[in-house]
Design a protein around this ligand. Structure first.
Ligand code: RBF
Length: 170
């Protein structure tokens, strides 16, 4: 899948009315920490540049990407946050674990998205090697943590607009 014309990172901030009313939860996997911490940082910076209060950003940590599923489920169950942003980096190794973890995490987060309405954002990089990871976590190809933040902002705004009664403009 080409990423041409699909990158959100050029935005790096989103203009949303009353954005300070929203609360965000970032869940970061600790596996490949140098990559995930850079993604987390990019995500926080984009949220703050867009007007989110630092106090309204909760940051949680889990051991690996696999645990993003259960942690995100717990957070969603609490119904206290406007969006959950899941951050992880799965890097191909010498065993078939890569395929199982990527598929499992993707399926788990996808199920969560389709069974409840708090936006759950997929900020999990699936990578062939560390070079690809570096390029996407603040390198040549931007920071996918920024893009996860932009997606979260757009989704909380969409959810609010759907919940707001029509004010006579169509
Ligand atoms: N977690 C990641 O977030 N990224 C990885 O690249 C990654 N590779 C793994 C490779 C193997 C062989 C195993 C056993 C686990 C790996 N995990 C990885 C950790 C996984 O997401 C989870 O934390 C553990 O399996 C414990 O449930």
């Amino acid at each position: 899948m080409s990423s041409e014309h699909q990158s959100l990172s050029a935005k790096q901030m989103v203009s949303i009315e009353n954005v300070d009313h929203f609360h965000f939860t970032i869940i970061t996997a600790q596996w490949n920490h140098s990559v995930t911490s850079a993604l987390e940082q990019g995500c926080i910076e984009t949220l703050i540049k867009s007007g989110v209060k630092r106090d309204n950003i909760q940051i949680l940590s889990v051991p690996g990407s696999w645990e993003l599923i259960s942690a995100a489920s717990m957070v969603v169950e609490q119904q206290l946050t406007s969006a959950v942003i899941c951050i992880g980096a799965v890097i191909k190794g010498g065993t078939p674990h890569f395929e199982y973890i990527c598929q499992g995490v993707t399926d788990g987060l996808s199920r969560l998205c389709s069974t409840q309405s708090i936006p759950v954002i997929y900020g999990v990089l699936t990578l062939n090697n560390m070079e690809e990871a570096v390029e996407r976590s603040g390198g040549r190809l931007g920071n996918k943590g920024d893009e996860a933040a932009v997606a979260a902002l757009e989704m909380v705004n969409l959810r609010r607009s759907l919940a707001t009664p029509n004010q006579g403009n169509g």
